[in-house]
Design a protein around this ligand. Structure first.
Ligand SMILES: C[S@@+](CC[C@H](N)C(=O)[O-])C[C@H]1O[C@@H](n2cnc3c(N)ncnc32)[C@H](O)[C@@H]1O
Length: 472
């Protein structure tokens, strides 16, 4: 299913019926595609651009649509994701270590290697188009070097290279074979276990399909089905969009529906469904930007006469929240660790903390190379502070959902267990039970009380959920 959704998403991106005329005017459309890919790769490297945000803009500006856009997307994402594998192979094909090759040339060698080993582009075309590009950006001397290196790459297929490029130790083998930094493989293996690590790493290299959310009270899944979406596996508010641009759906443009991973929907739904005694009128989303979960919670709150307060420390993120929530939601720009409200003000609190995002690697092809182990250590104190504030903000009997889009144990159970050690006033609820109440077909979330989603098991991001109740 994810494979089918992924293919359709590729096939249908940005159809433009003016394309044939434009393409006819262009002398070498293939080069325009590769130049666009190259420019995005450089921007990712030099100014920390996000490929998923920059690429659509570059495609629009250069009027690349239809098959050209699909090819550019595949080449950009594939080259960024496969970097670890390709560098190990290039090290065997070059007389200079990859780390010492000029960054622009290195990006082009990775792009050439991706085309040779993971696409159906004929080898001669992959080599010549890449070498032409090297000539135009780095000069004839480098073009000769690139030609020699890429010709060596053509001498084996990917499995053939992996046999000699992947080291024998397990971490090294997994890291090169599935193109993840070793520390990420190690952290993911600690979280998912040895039996499933390869499935998880392989799933991280797939492009996720598009999941929509029908925001309660503002749109229905039936409305989305009529526009070509299909039923989703778990969330009653989700619909899969097999093809087409979600931006072309009126409900999405109007903010009544949105694009939202099903795991993200389910953790918000679990907070709303967690059993509660007493009033259920005041909800808080402590880290709300850009607002996907806040929009869903605001809709659910509206259905039971509750009100949501949504808070984010970054003004531009709070503004994004404002654009997707209902009018009766109060949006605050505030530091969640210095609450602007009195303790015990809320009945339900979501704290979806800033994290490494290691559970959403499918969506951000460059993220795995950008994150470093220190990020985990640096985020830890903030994650703990935010969870403490969330617990202080909820009334006795109220519920807190601690959420991350990382399965790294140091960001999930270790944070919760650490904080709860000094909180005798807090009880763990069984998140797995609550989630299966929301979505009866769900399984594979772990033994509880915490719940962990996985891309390879659920087709969702690797969201973590801990539901906690204040007892006094
Ligand atoms: C993982 S994102 C939240 C995603 C959001 N819940 C959604 O579904 O769209 C974490 C957010 O926490 C915000 N943040 C970071 N530090 C914060 C703080 N001290 N107080 C409040 N928000 C903070 C970040 O700006 C970011 O928008």
């Amino acid at each position: 299913m994810p494979e089918q959704r992924r293919r359709s998403a590729h096939r249908n991106r940005g159809h433009d019926n003016r394309r044939p005329a434009r393409q006819a005017q262009r002398r070498t459309p293939g080069d325009a595609v590769r130049k666009a890919v190259y420019d995005v790769l450089r921007a990712v490297d030099t100014r920390d651009a996000y490929a998923n945000l920059l690429l659509p803009r570059v495609l629009r500006e250069r009027e690349l649509s239809g098959r050209d856009a699909a090819l550019a997307t595949e080449l950009t994402y594939g080259t960024l994701r496969g970097r670890g594998t390709y560098d190990a192979i290039l090290d065997l094909c070059s007389d200079r270590p990859v780390a010492q090759i000029d960054a622009p040339l290195r990006d082009l060698l990775r792009l050439g290697t991706h085309q040779l080993l993971r696409t159906r582009i004929p080898a001669h075309a992959a080599v010549s188009t890449t070498v032409d590009l090297v000539r135009s950006v780095s000069g004839p001397g480098q073009a000769k070097f690139a030609n020699a290196v890429l010709r060596r790459v053509t001498t084996r297929d990917l499995p053939g290279w992996l046999v000699i490029a992947a080291p024998e130790d397990e971490l090294g083998r997994l890291s090169i074979t599935y193109s993840h930094p070793k520390w990420v493989v190690s952290a993911l293996r600690d979280a998912v276990g040895r039996d499933e690590i390869e499935d998880l790493l392989a799933a991280d290299n797939e492009r996720p399909g598009v999941t929509l959310v029908a925001r309660p009270g503002r749109a229905t899944v039936e409305e989305l089905y009529e526009l070509g979406a299909g039923p989703a596996a778990y969330s009653p508010y989700a619909a899969y969009l097999p093809e087409g641009d979600p931006g072309e759906i009126a409900a999405v443009r109007e903010g009544r529906a949105g694009v939202q991973d099903e795991g993200s929907q389910l953790v918000a739904l679990a907070l709303a469904a967690a059993p509660l005694e007493g009033p259920d009128a005041r909800w808080l989303d402590l880290c709300a930007g850009p607002g996907g979960k806040a929009a869903l919670l605001a809709g659910l709150a509206g259905q039971r006469d509750a009100h949501l307060v949504a808070c984010d420390v970054q003004p531009h993120r709070a503004e994004l929240v404002r654009q997707v929530v209902t009018e009766d939601t109060a949006v605050l720009v505030a530091d969640g660790t210095r609450p602007a409200w009195r303790p015990e003000s809320f009945d339900r609190v979501l704290v979806d903390v800033p994290c490494t995002g290691l559970g959403a690697l499918r969506r951000r092809p460059e993220a795995r190379w950008r994150r470093v182990p220190q990020n985990v250590a640096e985020l830890g104190p903030l994650q703990r502070d935010l969870l403490r504030t969330a617990l202080d903000s909820v009334r006795p009997g109220g519920v807190v959902a601690y959420v991350t889009c990382s399965p790294h144990l140091a960001e999930t159970r270790v944070v919760v267990d650490d904080v709860l050690r000094s909180r005798p006033d807090v009880q763990r609820l069984d998140s797995v039970d609550v989630l299966t109440g929301v979505a009866p077909h769900l399984s594979g979330l772990g033994a509880g009380p915490y719940a962990q989603f996985w891309p390879h098991r659920h087709g969702t991001d690797a969201m973590f959920l801990a539901l906690l109740r204040r007892t006094s």
